[in-house]
Design a protein around this ligand. Sequence first.
Ligand code: ADP
Ligand code: MG
Length: 694
Amino acid sequence: MKVPEIFGENVFDLKVMQEKLPKEVFRSLKETIEKGTMLDPNIAGVVANAMKDWAVEKGATHYTHWFQPMTGVTAEKHDSFISPTKDGKVIMDFSGKELVVGESDASSFPSGGVRATFEARGYTAWDPTSYAFIKDGTLCIPSTFFSYSGEVLDKKTPLLRSMRALNEQALRILRLFGNTSVKRVYPTVGAEQEYFLIDRKMYDARKDLVLSGRTLFGAKPPKGQELEDHYFGPIKLRVSAFMKELDEELWKLGIFAKTEHNEVAPSQHELAPIFTVTNLASDQNQLIMETMKKVATRHGLYCLLHEKPFKGVNGSGKHNNWSMSTDKGMNLLDPGSTPAENGQFMLFLMAVIAAVDDYQDLLRLTVTSAGNDHRLGANEAPPAIVSIYLGEELQEVIDALEHGVKYKGKTKQIMKLGVDTLPELPKDTTDRNRTSPFAFTGNKFEFRMLGSTFSIAGPNIIVNTIVAEELRRFADQLEGAKDFNAALHELVVKTIKAHKRIIFNGNNYSEEWTKEAEKRGLLNLKNSAEALPRFADKKNVEMFERHHVFTEREVHSRMEIMLENYCKVLCIEGQTMIEMGRQDIYPAVNSYILELCKVIERKEKMSLPADSEKKVVGRLSADNEAMFAKAEEIEKLLADAKTYTDAAKQAKFFAEKVIPVMEEMRAFADDMEGYTAKKYWPFPTYADILFSVV
Ligand code: ADP
Ligand code: MG
C-alpha cells in the first residue's frame, strides 16, 4: 500500500479543488474556507458540477447532505445524481442549489421544543469550511441543520459560531502584542478515541449490548485488567487486521490516523489521530467512530463505543486535546522563547484558567450523559470535579508571579512579564498526570472527561466560547492601557490570585481531593440530573448570547434534549433489564433449580447427603424471587417516571429513584450467575466476551 497515494483520495480537498475548478472560482471558495467569509452564491453551480464529476469518476452514484443533528451521531439522506433526459435515458446531474440547500423533515430529529410540530420543515445547508468526501459510493456534503424559523438544530453550527467568537477575541489580544500580520486564529483538536472490540457472536447473544450498548448484567470475571498485561500489549492478529483496514479507510478519507494501541482493559483499544482545525476534527471523529463500526463488522467483530460496556472494567473515554493556532501556524499555548511570546502565552494560559474556573458548570455538563455518568467520579476517569493540572514547572512560574518573588531558576530579580523570558518548560510526551480532567501537556490542554460516544462538537463549543469570553474581558482591560507591559503583568497576577483554586496538581482520584475541592468552593456535580439544569443559568445564557453562539431559546432546547436523552436511555435500560430478567434469567435459573431438585431427590433416595445442592437451590430461589420483585418495582417506577412533564425533575427521579433499584436487581442476577451451571446461563459471561477475540 502506498500511503501517500491513497491518503485523502476520497476527499474533495483544496488540492482537488485547485485541479478541478476554474482559477477564479477556486480563489473565491478558498477564501470562504480559510477566512470564513460568505460564500459567493454565483460559484455554487460550478463547484457542484466539479464535485459531481469528481465523485462520479470515483464511482459515486448518490449524494447526501451529511449533518450532525443533536442525536450525537450523523444523519444522511441519499439522492442519486440521475436526472431523466427527453429520450428516456438519464444523465448524472447535480445543481448548485442541490449543493447549497437540502430540505429535511425536522420532526424526526430532537429539537427540544424549538420546532413546533406543525412546522416540520428543516433545512440543511452546505458548510464549505469542511471538505466533501465519498463514503460507500455516496458524495457526502458536510452541512449544517436548522429549522424553518432559523433556529439551529445541529451541533455543527454552534461549533462554527464558537470558533468565530474565539477568533474575534484572540485577534484582539494578538493586536495588543503588536501582531498585525495574523488574520485568523482557530482552535485545534486531536481527539483520542477509546473503544472495545468483541466477537460479533458475543454481541448478538446479548440483548443488553444490542439494545443499550452496555451490559446490564454480568458478574465480575476471574480475570479483568488486574494483571495490567493488556495496556500497550502485543496486538492480536484479528485486531491488527482490523486496525490495518481501519487506518486504510481513514487515510482515504484524509484522516491522519496515527497511533493505535491496546488500552488498559482486555479487548480495549485506542486510536489517536493527528490534530487539526476543530470543525474538521469534529467531522473526522464522527467518521472514525462510524468507520470503526463498519470495519469491525467486516472482521466478524463488534466495536463497542459505550462509555461503560462492562461493570468493574475500565470504561472508554475520549481525550480532547485542545489548543489555539494562528493562520501562520503559531500555537498560542506554546510558551515560545522571547519575552513577548512568553507574555502572550501567559495571557492565553490565564484565559483558559479563568474560563475553566468561571464555567466549571458548563464544562461539567457538556460531558454528561447516562453513559458517562458511570465513569466520571467512579474511580477510573477523572472525577466529577473540574480542575486544571499545570505541572510542577509551570506551577512554580505562576507561584513566583503571584507572590512577586524570584523564580527558582533565576538569580537576578523578580520576573516581569513582557520583559523577562520564562524558563523553558518541558514538553510533555507522556501523560504525567492521568487523573486530571483538564491537563496542560506542554503546549495544549487535554480535556479528559469526554465519553467515548460523544460528538466532540458539544464540549468544544463550550471550551471555545468560555475562552473567548475571558479573552474578551482581558482585551477590554488591556486595550487603552498606558503601560501595556505593566498592565499585562498586573492582570496576570490578578487572574492567578482570583482563579488559583481551580488548579490542582495532585491525585484527582483521592478522597482528600474531594474534601479539599469542597473547601475551595469548587462544584461537584455528581450526575447528569444535577449538572444539566445549570446550562440555562443566567450567567451562561448571557455569555452565549454575547458571543452569538446560542440564543436563550437554543440553550433551553439543548438542555431539554440532553435531559430527555438521559431519561430515554435509562428507560430503555430499565425495560431491557425487565425483559432479560423475566424472559432469560428467571426461567434459566428455574430450570437449573429443577435439575438440582431432581438430584436432591435421587440422592436422598440413596441416602446420600445433598447439602450443597440444597444450599445452592436455597440461594438461587431466594435471589430469583428477589430479582423478580425488583423487576416489578422497576416497571412501576418507569410508569411513574412517565407522569413527569418537567424534564429536569424527571431526570432527577431517574437518578435518585430508578438507578438504585436497577443496581439492586442486577446484584441479584449477578449473584445467581456465580451459582448457576454454565450451560444454563442464558447469555455469554464477562469472561466469554472480554476474552472472545483471539
Ligand atoms: P501524548 O501521546 O503525550 O498524549 P501527543 O503529543 O502525541 O501526546 O498528542 C496526543 C494528541 O494531541 C494527538 O491527537 C495530537 O495530534 C494532539 N495534539 C498535539 N498537539 C496539539 C495541538 N497543538 N492542538 C490540538 N491537539 C494537539
Ligand atoms: Mg491522552
